[in-house]
Design a protein around this ligand. Structure first.
Ligand code: B12
Length: 500
């Protein structure tokens, strides 16, 4: 059996880093970890090829070679996924689909031969057994969540690592918290499920042995969901693993209570983490109460962020506007908070109600849901009728984004963070890619860019005050360019809130 594993195209988004990738000569930010995991769950005797449309084209000769296509992806890849399925079908291939997009919207993809939904560890074996018996069904669903101890090492041999900016590893799925707008607990459960340190090390070894020395993303919903296990099992193993390794700095997603645990912060830094994405959502306690974000309440959020920065981890933050409790003053309050926090990567979105969430149910009861939502909350769209009115939300959102990504404010935050953050314990070795990024940013931002003065100011300041952080200063300048392009393209050009 010849099998194509196809990952549809991701459009330009806040997280695609598309405008930043050209500086480092890469084609995509992350490899498709879900499809690589699926590949490892398929029979060993099958011949597999990965075609990630974010790094290469799907050629007719690939289609002619294959007997079957496995298509995965997220909601954001919907359009490309549909085109891929149509092309595979036209070539006479049996098409198997799965992953977040199809799990969330199975009825929208009746053209696929098989919808193998939820976690493949649970549903793929049944499909494979039925296929062998000649009676494969249209749809496979799981009633619970899988035990991650059975999840295989992803098939890294299928990936051309040179095309990507980062690699990915997953340690856990699920989150103990209960945020009203978030669908993580619906999709992955409340009780965090964990891999063993041995499993994680085996995955890291595979990536390292393939020659990888750049960043590695721990793609957990909340990396610190089980702090005891982290401190006693995984982090000690990662600290030991790192001793004879070069590069491979880690980053992940976690909740703000990380700030309360100096021991955990210290161990994460020693294990090689240098940044963490945290859902901050709002500086307004009433909004935090409204969305059940208990872990963010009754604390000085700015102080918590500072604690994390001082420990040596950069905080990237998620923020939301459009809560029922938001008044028109929220936009300026968010801008002020973001500026004071020194969070350079601030993902601000309008509240969206995703199917399956408590928010969706509540707003539907109130007849305030209009459409399924794009799933990308940074594209200047929403699928809810906000209490403050659509026009006011849209206008406030645009003004907020314009302010925080204006070069002056952006570079000011970068400097604030660079001042505050401890120099990282581990850094990436200088290589051709990083040297190229420096030269390209020097030309595109430092000579041709409108922000040239701010660019050189940041670089000179960092070289004098914190020389070890110069690579981070260059990275911030490049990211700033990407975020501004995305803002210009999607948010600042939009007229009014677009409804999905
Ligand atoms: C890492 C991650 C990212 C990364 C990289 C994604 C990438 N290219 O790989 C980044 C940060 C870029 C990202 C961005 C976004 N993300 Co994201 N992300 C994740 C996260 C945390 C982990 C994904 C992962 O690698 N998981 C590990 C693998 C092993 O799991 P998996 O992919 O789900 O695969 C399993 C099954 O789904 C299934 N499967 C997967 N593919 C296939 C294919 C076949 C054929 C079959 C049979 C089965 C199958 O089997 C696998 C093993 O169980 C998930 C949440 C999560 N826990 O999964 C959200 C998630 C995928 N992201 C989501 C969203 C919404 C986004 C954003 C739109 C957020 C935003 N506001 O901008 C952006 C858009 C993407 C972009 N590039 O712009 C949603 C997708 C929802 C949906 N219906 O599609 C998720 C599920 C989170 C959520 N809370 O809903 N994301």
């Amino acid at each position: 059996m010849n099998v194509l594993l196809i990952y549809p195209k991701i459009p330009d988004t806040f997280w695609s880093f598309s405008y930043a990738l050209s500086f480092i000569g890469k084609k995509s930010a992350f490899p498709p970890l879900g499809l690589l995991t699926v590949a490892s769950l398929l029979p060993e005797s099958w011949v597999k090829r990965l075609v990630d449309l974010n790094v290469e084209r799907l050629k007719d000769k690939d289609l002619a070679w294959a007997d079957m296509a496995f298509v995965g992806g997220m909601a954001i890849q919907r359009k490309s996924a549909r085109e891929v399925i149509a092309r595979c079908k036209a070539s006479g291939l049996r098409v198997v689909t799965g992953g977040p997009l199809f799990t969330a919207e199975p009825d929208a993809f009746s053209e696929a031969d098989h919808l193998v939904l939820d976690e493949a560890e649970l549903t793929l074996p049944a499909f494979l057994a039925d296929l062998q018996n000649g009676r494969p069904q249209k749809r496979y669903r799981a009633s619970g969540f899988c035990d991650l101890h059975g999840s295989p090492v992803p098939a890294w041999n299928l990936v051309n690592m040179k095309q990507y900016a980062s690699m990915s590893v997953q340690f856990s799925r699920g989150c103990p918290f209960n945020c009203e707008f978030c669908n993580v607990t619906v999709l992955f459960g409340h009780r965090p499920r964990l891999k063993t340190p041995q499993q994680v090390i085996a995955e890291l070894d595979r990536i390292y042995d393939a020659g990888w020395r750049s960043g590695i993303f721990f793609v957990d919903d909340n990396f610190i969901a089980n702090r005891h296990y982290l401190k006693t099992q995984l982090l000690p193993a990662l600290i030991t693993w790192r001793r004879d390794k070069k590069g491979c700095v880690f980053f992940t997603e976690a909740s703000i209570n990380l700030a309360d645990d100096p021991e955990l912060l210290d161990m994460m830094v020693r294990a090689g983490f240098d940044s963490v994405f945290i859902g901050i959502e709002s500086p307004d306690d009433t909004c935090l109460a409204e969305c059940h974000k208990a872990q963010n309440r009754h604390r000085d959020l700015l102080k918590s962020i500072r604690n994390i920065h001082r420990a040596g981890l950069q905080v990237m933050g998620g923020f939301i506007v459009g809560f029922d409790s938001d008044t028109p003053s929220i936009f300026q309050r968010q801008v002020d908070f973001i500026q004071q926090s020194g969070i350079v990567t601030a993902m601000v979105g309008m509240l969206q109600a995703l199917p399956g969430t408590q928010l969706f149910d509540r707003l539907q009861r109130e007849q305030r849901v209009v459409g399924a939502g794009s799933g990308d909350n940074v594209d200047g769209t929403t699928n809810i009728i906000p209490r403050m009115g659509r026009d006011r939300l849209a206008e406030g959102y645009r003004s907020l984004m314009k302010q925080i990504y204006a070069p002056g404010n952006y570079y000011r935050r970068a400097r604030k963070l660079l001042k505050e953050i401890s120099a990282p314990e581990f850094t990436m070795p200088m290589n051709r890619q990083r040297l190229l990024a420096l030269v390209r940013s020097g030309i595109r931002l430092g000579v041709l860019g409108k922000e040239r003065f701010l660019y050189w100011h940041l670089l000179v300041w960092t070289t004098i005050r914190k020389p070890r952080l110069v690579p981070l200063a260059v990275t911030f300048s490049i990211y700033g360019y990407h975020y501004r392009r995305i803002c210009d393209k999607y948010i600042l050009c939009a007229r009014g809130v677009k409804i999905q």
